[in-house]
Design a protein around this ligand. Structure first.
Ligand code: ADP
Ligand code: MG
Length: 586
């Protein structure tokens, strides 16, 4: 008896699967890539999850489909339609070529594949179920053109692997990150991502890279980007980069695709950074979406089982060309002239997160600085006030009629008995909001999904703090998910805030929450409520219409303790007629 034996195919496949299938996101990546390779124009990714984690991943495409014979072959290890021999690898145009994804996935899960070739007979569809590498079912079915692959019970037979899975939200975040990078690299395909029946992401076909970026990260970011272009005999550089003011603490927002393959490369990220030179502080990184077309014989894609990394020949010339193109784009773009619509705020509260709003202007400054109401700030205040509208009957404040505002900060109102009231608009609204958030928290009224998730890229330290605070935030009604390295998506906010469309407000709240104050507060839940109230409230310095002033006073009057804000400062001060008379020595 020799001690060396040839492993049985099942074991071989399970071992191979270890390289390709690390987590649910790897499954999503392989299935999505197969759909793209099959020339699909529309791809749906459906994720099902429950308390235990992700239970099912299903990808449906309208690609070329497979015959019954091909469908069986597809599950064989090293079976691929994409290359014939190693020579083909040098000019590979497909994402897959190793022929091991389906075999690997099927070795460690239950896979159901339904497919029908394009142009084939409507009833000539094939359904195959493979479990632990064994075909357990094969039948002829009616099916639409294209392919659906569903993967369930991932790692059911490899408990060690299952143990390494992270929390459901972390795994979901990885899946979303995979879908995002493929969507960025493949504008020719319309992607839709649905989780437990809810749409999480959707891009349009050939909407252009900017549209895809807007769909994924918000129109605000997309609008502010600068186009990059460059060309050498063997490389074409395209894409978009951020203005220097839009920077991050990590390079995780530099996304790069080479010949349609989204890859990660330190060297290329460093080249992009280099192109900014001194326009960025030393340890800051821009946001960039680079699309590189490089002669295929300079790109070795076969260095990594998941093909996430590639090896480049003439790497120095390539990175040099990228840095030069970035630099050129920035210098062509007159950064100074294009001042942002909002005043630049100098006060920095936290790296990587938008600065806090300026402190309320003093009355003295007010004289020198005329307040002008722009449409944006008026509608913002309007939204903020509308959210806190209630039915209440109580009226704990004396009747008063607003006359106007002082310093865009205090509402001046007159009581029926001639009393003069000054209402601190921010403190007043803070009280209103605080009471409502606290009330909802007690009723467990939960959270409201944002129309567009707010994406935060943080330096590692803040990222760690935010990671720790996720359960606390969840308790306060925020749904925050980590996806990618040190990048988070805020997907929902407390109901009292409504579907805040103002990403800056959300960023401010998170910045405050990460501050020492909130971290060490004896009652952290309380701290969350305070911050939400403060950041969600009408700002000092915001011009309010007479109607808005009135609404705010009515809302304040309906709270149980209208006279102070949650921090105990006064919301209203009164000068009765006698006091006024006294001031004038009458
Ligand atoms: P690879 O993509 O490296 O070729 P896979 O194991 O991922 O290997 O897939 C094996 C083969 O199955 C592919 O080469 C392709 O011919 C076929 N296939 C897989 N998924 C699809 C799909 N969604 N549509 C059409 N054909 C597919
Ligand atoms: Mg593949």
């Amino acid at each position: 008896m020799t001690k060396i034996r040839v492993l049985d195919p099942e074991t071989v496949n399970q071992i191979a699967a270890g390289e390709v299938v690390e987590r649910p996101a790897s499954v999503a990546k392989e299935l999505l890539e197969n759909a793209i390779d099959a020339d699909a124009t529309s791809i749906l990714l459906e994720i099902t999850s429950d308390m235990t984690g992700i239970t099912k991943i299903r990808v449906t495409d309208n690609g070329e489909g497979m015959t019954a014979e091909e469908a069986v072959l597809a599950f064989h290890p090293h079976a691929t339609s994409k290359i014939r021999d190693i020579a083909d690898l040098s000019e590979i145009r497909t994402l897959g070529f190793r022929g091991e994804a389906l075999a690997s996935i099927a070795a460690v899960a239950e896979v159901t594949l339904v497919t029908r070739p394009r142009g084939g007979d409507a009833l000539a569809g094939t359904r195959i179920v493979v479990r632990g590498g064994e075909v357990v079912e094969k039948s002829e079915v009616g099916a639409p053109e294209g392919t659906t692959v569903a993967v369930e019970r991932l790692f059911y037979n490899t408990p060690a692997r299952r143990k390494f899975l992270k929390s459901r939200n972390t795994e979901l975040a990885h899946v979303y990150a995979v879908a995002e990078s493929l969507a960025l690299a493949h504008g020719e395909v319309a992607f839709r991502v649905v989780q437990n029946g809810k749409e999480r992401m959707a891009t349009q076909r050939s909407g252009g890279a900017l549209n895809t970026i807007a769909g994924l990260y918000g129109a605000e970011l997309a609008r502010s980007l600068i186009p990059v272009e460059g060309r050498l005999p063997f490389i074409r550089i395209g894409g978009y980069i951020s203005r220097p003011s839009e920077n991050r603490g990590t390079p995780s927002q530099i996304s790069v695709s080479i010949n349609g393959r989204s890859i990660s490369s330190r060297q290329i990220a460093a080249a992009v950074r280099e192109g900014y030179g001194t326009l960025l502080p030393k340890d800051r990184y821009p946001v960039a979406f680079l699309d590189l077309a490089i002669d295929t014989d300079l790109v070795d894609v076969n260095v990594h089982p998941t093909k996430r990394e590639v090896r480049l020949s003439r790497e120095r010339e390539i990175t040099g060309a990228i840095a030069a193109a970035v630099n050129e784009a920035l210098s062509r773009h007159d950064l100074a002239r294009e001042t942002p619509a909002e005043p630049v705020q100098q006060q920095i509260t936290l790296e990587g997160i938008e600065p806090a709003p300026p402190s309320p202007p003093s009355v003295a400054e007010a004289g020198a600085q005329p307040y002008t109401a722009d449409h944006r700030s008026l509608t913002l205040s309007d939204k903020q006030l509308r959210r806190t509208e209630t039915e209440g009957r109580e009226n704990l404040l004396p009747a008063m009629e607003p006359i106007g505002q002082v310093a865009a900060t205090y509402i001046v109102a007159e009581g029926t008995d001639g009393t003069l009231y000054l209402v601190d608009q921010h403190a007043a609204h803070e009280r209103v909001l605080y009471d409502q958030v606290a009330e909802q928290r007690n009723r467990d009224a939960g959270s409201q999904e944002l129309i567009m998730p707010v994406v935060l890229s943080l330096p590692p330290k803040e990222a760690a703090a935010l990671r720790d605070a996720i359960p606390l935030l969840a308790d306060g009604g925020f749904v925050v998910e980590e996806f990618g390295r040190d990048t988070f998506a805020v997907r929902a906010v407390p109901t009292a805030l409504g579907a805040v469309e103002d990403p800056a407000t959300v960023r401010e709240m998170i910045a405050d929450l990460l501050h020492d104050e909130a971290k060490t507060a004896p009652d952290r839940r309380e701290a969350v409520t305070c911050i939400v109230a403060c950041r969600g409230a009408v700002k000092a310095g915001a011009i309010l219409t007479p109607e808005q002033q009135k609404r705010l006073i009515t809302q304040l009057a309906r709270t149980k303790t209208p006279w102070t804000c949650p921090h105990g400062r006064p919301t209203v001060v009164a000068f009765d007629k006698r006091k006024l008379d006294g001031l004038f020595k009458r």
